[in-house]
Design a protein around this ligand. Structure first.
Ligand code: DX5
Ligand code: ZN
Length: 225
């Protein structure tokens, strides 16, 4: 299992999103992360399927869609049609997680479940058997540029233990406050997929920042616990 880096466009210049997507590709990003916010599930309002579809033409990098919206099943197909390669809904927002996962998978899109910092890991219980990944929020969702919540490292370690103990194949993705200074401990704790917004787009050179983050992550097999 290798490391995947997913720059979040939330911290990019919204007047030049096409350029930001191309920079992600040139920097070797594995995914481009889209933060979809509806002004209800979280207070902020961002992009929807029209913007995804437009950017789908700007890059070959697959899209990692994070739905921070109420009633995600009502509009899920719009995001799948717009070119999502994988998609996560929040455990706090969707009571029909199995229906969601079956539907996404049936359309060839990898399903994941996102979880807020204040939600018990126990709420993931059944879902660990039918989603491909868990997107662990390490900030309260809504904005980029927030500080990583310190207890999250321990939380990721506990989730990795649970995943192992129930025999799930789900991988752990981390979203919020990820940068070169904390990515290696996150890898050691069991995370493999990293969303990063401000640590990539606030540097002025997104390509270099993506490469730097990957370098700082190291290789899981060679890291010592
Ligand atoms: C927060 C979003 C994140 C955010 C991460 O609600 O889900 O994807 O863009 O941004 P940074 O890396 O700046 O915390
Ligand atoms: Zn996100």
């Amino acid at each position: 299992m290798t490391i995947a880096i997913a720059p979040s466009l939330l911290s990019a210049d919204f007047s030049r999103l096409g350029d930001a997507a191309r920079a992600c590709e040139e920097g070797g990003a594995d995914w481009i992360h889209f933060d979809v916010m509806d002004g209800h599930f979280v207070p902020n309002l961002t992009v929807g399927p029209i913007v995804l579809a437009a950017l789908r033409k700007a890059t070959r990098v697959p899209f990692d869609v994070h739905l921070m919206i109420e009633k995600p099943l009502a509009t899920l197909d719009q995001y799948l049609d717009a070119g999502a390669g994988r998609v996560a809904v929040h455990v706090e927002a969707e009571p029909h997680l199995l229906r969601f996962a079956q539907h996404a998978r049936g359309r060839g899109v990898s399903p994941g479940v996102a979880i807020n910092p204040g939600t018990s890991l126990a709420s993931l219980d059944e879902a660990l058997h039918f989603v491909d990944f868990v997107l662990v929020m390490t900030v309260n969702p809504g904005w980029g540029g927030q500080a990583f919540i310190p207890g999250s490292l321990d939380r990721i370690g506990r989730l990795a233990d649970i995943i192992r103990s129930v025999g799930s194949k789900a991988t752990i993705a981390v979203d919020g406050g990820v940068g070169p200074d904390n990515i290696a401990p996150l890898v050691r704790a069991g995370a493999r997929h990293f969303v990063a917004g401000s640590s990539i787009f606030s540097t002025g050179d997104a390509r270099e920042a993506i490469r730097g983050l990957r370098g700082a992550a190291g290789t899981p097999g060679t890291l010592h616990a």
